[in-house]
Structure formats: structure tokens, C-alpha cells
Design a protein around this ligand. Structure first.
Ligand code: 2P0
Length: 400
């Protein structure tokens, strides 16, 4: 029987982030506490985003969730942890602050619908954008205004870094309860306007070893990972922060590549070993180093996560030439006109001496397509009621 109370619905978007100092390994599985701090760049939501609607009503009898239009099991432990945590924060706020009587009761059940504007299985950090969006949207709908690091982190560690725009650090913290394991902005979105990001999509296949299981095995078996977390990352966090603050691309690019390489070295040092890079990834690495050697400086830098796709950083004035180098090395098989998506890239001719310097047999189709993007803002609330993925009945709209 409907209570007649209106349904409260909020729709928000959240970004993907790409780590330049990598998170790999937990010291607490349940609370999702990392063994080292990490630092990331938030990518622009114009190109890559998750959109989530959360609706609460006294009429709902159970929590429900739809991902990309399909209903999923709401009982997954990580999702449950996020819901429990946001309701705890909502109750805390009710107890400690007056005047929020308008906020819906934390005991109201919630319906959630979430969509990505990019392929979930493409290995493009969909869980980070997804859980950041979930935490942010639930906070809006239940009237929570405290730090959301813990809510997002309980969903997926790297998600807490997607709660902010620009350049973001996730401080590992030292407390056993995780209260100081939080994400903080290092520099805003507007800080380095010339910085560009190119995602070289190599494969859209699902990965062999998931991050959660992969990092567990690494923590258990890799001595190199322990050394990295204790002896390497602390100084790298300071150095990376300096490079960003000073907009030092040479330093930023070199450290980004070294940290990606060290992360993949810890994967190889894991027993049994984990391989995320493939032949095309290695060819991209070679291409970047040839390109930089030709120019006598670090003009482009790669980083790879738990998959074969490359994320390449460069400055605005180098984008066109580097994309021409990628096209030369990985001639598009059938989608020549749609090879570059996102921010426009001007066509450029590859100078003969650079072509010669690339020194690789071209591999047709190795790179499927490129998403061209830039640094972007943190989560946003969409005010337009048309944006809701759930209808007035609390069920997904046909398009959702
Ligand atoms: C990162 N990655 O810093 C690193 C680099 C992949 C390689 O964070 O178990 O999906 O949910 O905390 O956050 C991927 O790990 O793992 C990741 P969980 P998550 O971006």
C-alpha cells in the first residue's frame, strides 16, 4: 500500500581516475586499507563517466540495484558495506545535527540504477567511477555531508580517489580503523590546462586475474611489493606531488612510467606470476621510448593498470604528432575515421626522421581506438529531472 509520500531521487555523475603512483595491496581486506599511499589524475567526465540515480521511498520493501540496465544482486558484500556505511553516517548526522528533518530516514530502502558511458569490461577502471558515484549519490539522497572516502573505499579502494577532480592522493593512513585512510586533492582540475590524456584501447576482453585477488596474491608472495610499499612509494609520493605542483612534465612523465613499470614488476614477482601487459602493451612502451629519444626529452609517458590498455600523458602541443605515430605503428583496421574519439586531434604528418626512429614493424589493429581526454572535475549532481535513470515508480526507465 503506497504511503503517498513522494519518492526522493538524486542523479549524479563521477569520473574515472588513473593512478600515476599505483595502489597494489591491502593491509586490511575488510576495511580496504592499502599498504601504500597512491596518487591519481581524474579524467574528464565528458569522455568517461558513471551516472547513478538513487531513489528512496517508504514504499520500497527492499534495496535494489540495476547496472547498465540489468538487475544485480544487492547482497554483494562490498555493496552492502557501502550501504551500511552511508546509513551509519546518515544516522550520525541526524543525532548530532538538528534541522535535517527533511532528509529521508536512513531506514528507507533505496533503488539504485547506474550506467557507464564506456565499456565496463574494457579495463577502464569502471569500479572506481562506479563506487565513487554510488557513494556520492547515496550521500546526496540521504543528506550526508561528511567525508565519503570510507564509503567509496569499501566498494573499491581506488574509488575514493574519484571523489575529487584534478590531482588526488589517497593517504594510506596508519589507524587500524581506517579513519585516516582518505582521499585528498593535491591540485585542482584547472592547475595544468595543457596536460592531455590518451587512452590506447588494446583489448576489451575481461582480464584473467581480477585486481582484488591479484593484489592478495602479491601481498602474500612478493618480497618486491613489500620493499616497494615501504622503501619506494613514500619518496615517490613526495616527488610526484612536487612535479605536479611545478607542472614539471619531464619529472611527472618519467616517474609515472617508472611507477607503472615497478607495479608490473611486482606482478611478475608474484607467485604464480600475473601478466597484465601483452605484446601490444610492450610495443606501445617501446614506441613511447623511441618517440622521447627522438625528441631528446620526455614528451609522452605511459601508464598501465591491471590490463593491457595504455594511458598516455602528454602536453597539448605534442598530441597530434604522437597520435600520428600511433596510427603509423598500429594502422587502424576498419575504423580509420573513428580511430580517435573524444577531444579533437588535428591530423599531422609524421616527419620521415621520426618515422625511421620508431623502428618497429607496424602492427595493424594492435590499438583498437584512442580516447582523447583531459584532466577533469569531481562528481557532479545533475539537476535536470530528465537525467533520472529511475522513473516515478522507482524502476529503471526504458532507456536506462
Ligand atoms: C590503482 N589499481 O592505483 C591500481 C593500479 C590497478 C593497478 O586500484 O580490491 O579495483 O577494489 O580495492 O581499486 C585496482 O584495484 O581494487 C587498482 P579493490 P581496485 O588504480
Amino acid at each position: 500500500m503506497a504511503s503517498g509520500k513522494p519518492l526522493a531521487a538524486v542523479t549524479c555523475t563521477a569520473p574515472v581516475n588513473i593512478a600515476v603512483i599505483k595502489y597494489w595491496g591491502k593491509r586490511d581486506e575488510e576495511l580496504v586499507l592499502p599498504i601504500n599511499s597512491s596518487l591519481s589524475v581524474t579524467l574528464h567526465q565528458e569522455q568517461l563517466r558513471t551516472t547513478t540515480t538513487a531513489a528512496v521511498s517508504p514504499d520500497f520493501t527492499e534495496d535494489r540495484i540495476w547496472l547498465n540496465g540489468r538487475e544485480e544482486d544487492v547482497g554483494q558484500p562490498r555493496l552492502q558495506a557501502c550501504l551500511r556505511e552511508i546509513r551509519r553516517l546518515a544516522r550520525e548526522r541526524r543525532r548530532t545535527q538538528d534541522g535535517d528533518a527533511l532528509a529521508p530516514s536512513p531506514s528507507y530502502k533505496v533503488h539504485i540504477a547506474s550506467v557507464n558511458n564506456f565499456p565496463t569490461a574494457a579495463g577502464l577502471a569502471s569500479s572506481a567511477a562506479g563506487y565513487a558515484c554510488l557513494a556520492y549519490t547515496l550521500a546526496q539522497v540521504y543528506g550526508v555531508d561528511s567525508d565519503l572516502s570510507e564509503v567509496a573505499r569499501r566498494g573499491s579502494g581506488s574509488a575514493c580517489r574519484s571523489l575529487h577532480g584534478g590531482f588526488v592522493e589517497w593517504q594510506m593512513g596508519v589507524q587500524a580503523d581506517g579513519t585516516d585512510s582518505v582521499a585528498r586533492p593535491v591540485a585542482p582540475e584547472s592547475h595544468w590546462p595543457e596536460l592531455r590524456v590518451l587512452i590506447l584501447v588494446v583489448s576489451a576482453e575481461k582480464k584473467l586475474t581480477g585486481s582484488t585477488v591479484g593484489m592478495q596474491t602479491s601481498v602474500e608472495t612478493s618480497a618486491l611489493l613489500k620493499f616497494r610499499a615501504e622503501a619506494v612509494v613514500p619518496a615517490r609520493m613526495r616527488e610526484m606531488t612536487r612535479c605536479i605542483q611545478e607542472r614539471d612534465f619531464q619529472g611527472f612523465g618519467q616517474l609515472t612510467m617508472r611507477d607503472s613499470n615497478q607495479f608490473h614488476a611486482t606482478c611478475l614477482d608474484t607467485f604464480p606470476p600475473i601478466f597484465y601487459l601483452n605484446d601490444t602493451s610492450r610495443r606501445i612502451i617501446h614506441l613511447v621510448h623511441c618517440f622521447n629519444a627522438h625528441h631528446g626529452q620526455t614528451k609522452v609517458a605511459y601508464t598501465f593498470d591491471a590490463g593491457p590498455n595504455a594511458v598516455v600523458f602528454t602536453l597539448e602541443d605534442t598530441v597530434a604528432e604522437f597520435v600520428a605515430a600511433v596510427r603509423h605503428s598500429f594502422p587502424p583496421e576498419s575504423n580509420g575515421d573513428k580511430f580517435v574519439q573524444g577531444l579533437q586531434v588535428a591530423p599531422a604528418l609524421l616527419p620521415d626522421d621520426l618515422k625511421a626512429a620508431l623502428a618497429l614493424e607496424p602492427t595493424p589493429g594492435g590499438v583498437k581506438y584512442i580516447i582523447s581526454t583531459q584532466v577533469g572535475p569531481g562528481p557532479q549532481v545533475l539537476r535536470d529531472p530528465q537525467a533520472h535513470l529511475l522513473g516515478p515508480d522507482g524502476l529503471p526507465r526504458p532507456a536506462a
